[in-house]
Design a protein around this ligand. Structure first.
Ligand code: NAD
Ligand code: UD1
Length: 332
């Protein structure tokens, strides 16, 4: 298939392009590089030894995107492009609603215009809100605590309605749990701007001495050791989930959790990182982070049943690969 990948130079998008190319799909990337670097294109080519088309375009620019649909025969779209910093979304709600919703609307409009009937969307486990764990796809969604989360819930709603009104248009909504790790080549991975908000990128920067120590946000939750529990998933497993999702998408709307089904606490992750890489990660316990919930993990059985997809990589793999990328990245 010829697949249009928006946000394809970003973290999850770049790994997905590699897996698509490995499965002999062709990839057309559209990204405005607001949160990624042009060098990623060369890295994808280096890993796969395959060519790709790249356009530096904003997905909210309908005219520019229309030209891509005219110039390429597109069979399906995977829509990663979006802004994703939770704290920033509270400060800049309009920027987030505009970017994340208008991009979804313009892309789906052009899909209908050019009869492109496969649309895969990057959603998030955040749409479950503070539901009972494990999260299952058919649960009622609860409000999220921030504009970023609302853009995911609203984009899902928009795509559901578009698919309902256009029976030929099929949509896969992929709810990611916590993507971590990097490609085993060490060439692509997660490189957040500034001080990371997410746990594993913070841990890797502490390990290399860039940050002094990890702050563990609360140890008084009702969890195995009092620290927050999440379902960390290796980004390469996640990328493979996208390939399966678009290959199997034939009709209607499909919703899948992409997680491992296993919860890991903050302290368990720190211990795993220390063991995997033989490095100490100093930490202190501080207050809870506002907006955090104690524990969440996926019921990942639907994706296994219907897509034949299951996350394979362990927490130790995630920690090793994240650290290899961080060390490599530092050398640049
Ligand atoms: P990322 O920031 O690394 O990648 C997003 C890419 O989209 C970036 O390359 C950015 O430059 C591009 N982009 C943003 N707005 C754009 C626009 N208007 N036009 C063109 N390009 C634009 O983020 P990621 O971690 O790879 O996440 C990919 C998607 O998955 C996002 O939609 C994100 O919300 C969603 N998601 C991510 C996580 C996570 O923890 N990484 C979890 C759940 C969902
Ligand atoms: C955060 C976002 C969520 C987003 C997800 C993946 C918030 C409130 N939620 O979720 O919307 O989908 O990232 O990008 O920001 N932790 C520490 N110290 C740190 C960083 C994190 O103790 O420096 C803890 C957190 O309290 C949490 C766990 O580590 O218990 C994981 O945190 P994080 O990586 O930020 O992911 P989420 O909280 O799941």
């Amino acid at each position: 298939m010829n697949i249009l990948v928006t946000g394809g130079t970003g973290y999850v998008g770049s790994h997905t392009c590699v897996e698509l190319l490995n499965k002999n799909h062709s990839v057309i990337i559209v990204d405005n590089l607001i949160n990624s670097k042009i060098e990623t294109i060369d890295k994808i080519i280096q890993i796969t030894n395959k060519n790709i088309s790249f356009y530096q375009i904003d997905v909210t620019d309908e005219y520019a995107l229309d030209q891509i649909f005219i110039n390429h025969k597109i069979d399906g779209v995977i829509h990663f492009a979006g802004l994703k910093a939770v704290g920033e979304s509270v400060e800049l709600p309009l920027t987030y609603y505009y970017n994340n919703l208008v991009s979804t609307m313009i892309l789906s409009k052009l899909c209908l215009k050019y009869n492109v009937n496969k649309f895969v969307f990057s959603s998030s486990a955040t749409v479950y809100g503070d539901n009972k764990v494990p999260f299952v796809e058919d649960m009622d969604l609860l409000p999220t605590t921030n504009p970023y989360g609302e853009t995911k819930a609203m984009s899902e709603r928009i795509l559901l309605d578009v698919a309902k009104a256009n029976p030929n248009f099929s949509v896969s909504l992929l709810r990611y749990f916590n993507p971590v790790g990097a490609h085993e080549s060490g060439l692509i991975g997660e490189a957040p701007n500034g001080i990371p908000n997410n746990l594993l990128p913070y841990v890797t920067q502490v390990a290399k001495g860039k940050l002094k120590q990890l702050r563990v946000f609360g140890n008084d939750y009702d969890t195995v050791d009092g620290t927050g529990v999440r379902d960390y998933i290796h980004v390469v497993d996640l990328a493979e989930g996208h390939v399966k999702a678009i290959e199997k998408l034939t009709e209607g709307v499909k919703i899948y959790n992409l997680g491992t089904g296993k919860g890991t606490s903050v302290l368990q992750l720190v211990q795993a990182f220390e063991k995997a890489n033989n490095i100490k990660v100093p930490y202190e316990i501080v207050n809870r982070r506002p907006g955090d919930i104690a524990s969440f993990y996926a019921d990942a059985s639907k994706a296994e049943r219907e897509l034949g997809w299951k996350a394979k990589k362990s927490i130790l793999d995630m920690c090793k690969d994240a650290w290899r990328f961080e060390k490599n990245y530092k050398d640049k």
